[in-house]
Design a protein around this ligand. Structure first.
Ligand SMILES: Nc1nc2c(c(=O)[nH]1)N[C@H]1C(S)=C(S)[C@@H](COP(=O)(O)O)O[C@H]1N2
Ligand SMILES: [Mo]
Length: 212
């Protein structure tokens, strides 16, 4: 969907090219998922400290059951084809923030470049703080799964996962790894950090899939 609100002086990151805020319609009439309350704030939720990273040494890597392993510097990553999307953000602890604007590289762009093998079923995202989270390949190829480096027209703030984080508009936000450093394609499921500790593997907010 194209946003027609662009005016002279807008940069590419200002223009929303994808609107995911109607994702809820597949599951019901309420944009706010059950048991959530809306907030205007953007709280920070991390299992530990915001990790430091070295722009000269940082590499975003793709490995596992792929034809070609990939590695991108932060500059190379920012040069990949990108989109800017509007989406709602749902945290499993009970808050939802509507109309967040993220800029980044669609999951499918990375998957296509790596060449995902036919026997891939699952994906594990790795992060600089040791966090991991898993999704099925089918969930990753849904619209809106993005490796985001921009937020509201600027750089993604470090506390929210800069330089790069994953966003998952159709899932609770723990499915989106902040400070993502790599994607591993798998032929069998491996559970991530919170999934191993009892959070739902499927994590659909409208079906209130909070615990596994
Ligand atoms: N690397 C990493 N990613 C993470 C987390 C984390 O601790 N480490 N926390 C997750 C959880 S539980 C949530 S709700 C969201 C919070 O994102 P925010 O801090 O931008 O609100 O990030 C998710 N991604
Ligand atoms: Mo969370």
């Amino acid at each position: 969907m194209t946003d027609t609100s662009a005016t002279d002086g807008d940069t590419a990151a200002d223009v929303v090219t994808e609107d995911l805020t109607d994702r809820y319609r597949e599951y019901g009439d309420d944009r706010l998922p059950p048991g959530q309350r809306e907030t205007d704030a953007f709280p920070v939720l991390s299992k530990g400290e915001t990790p430091a990273w070295d722009p000269d040494a940082f590499a975003f890597e793709v490995w596992g059951a792929v034809e070609d392993r990939l590695a991108f510097s932060i500059e190379e990553f920012r040069d990949l084809p990108s989109v800017t999307q509007r989406q709602d953000f749902h945290c499993v602890t009970g808050w939802s923030k509507f109309d967040c604007r993220f800029t980044g590289v669609p999951f499918a762009e990375i998957a296509d470049r790596a060449g995902v093998r036919d026997d891939v079923e699952h994906v594990l995202f790795h992060a600089l703080d040791g966090y991991t989270t898993n999704l099925s390949l089918d969930d990753c190829t849904e619209p809106g799964v993005l490796f985001a480096y921009g937020y509201e027209g600027g750089d993604l703030p470090a506390d929210h996962g800069g330089p790069i984080r994953v966003v998952t508009p159709h899932k609770y936000a723990y499915k989106g790894a902040k400070w993502v450093s790599g994607v591993e394609f798998l032929t069998e499921k491996t559970l991530g950090y919170w999934e191993k500790r009892g959070y739902s593997d499927t994590a659909n907010p409208w079906n209130e899939e909070r615990y596994g």
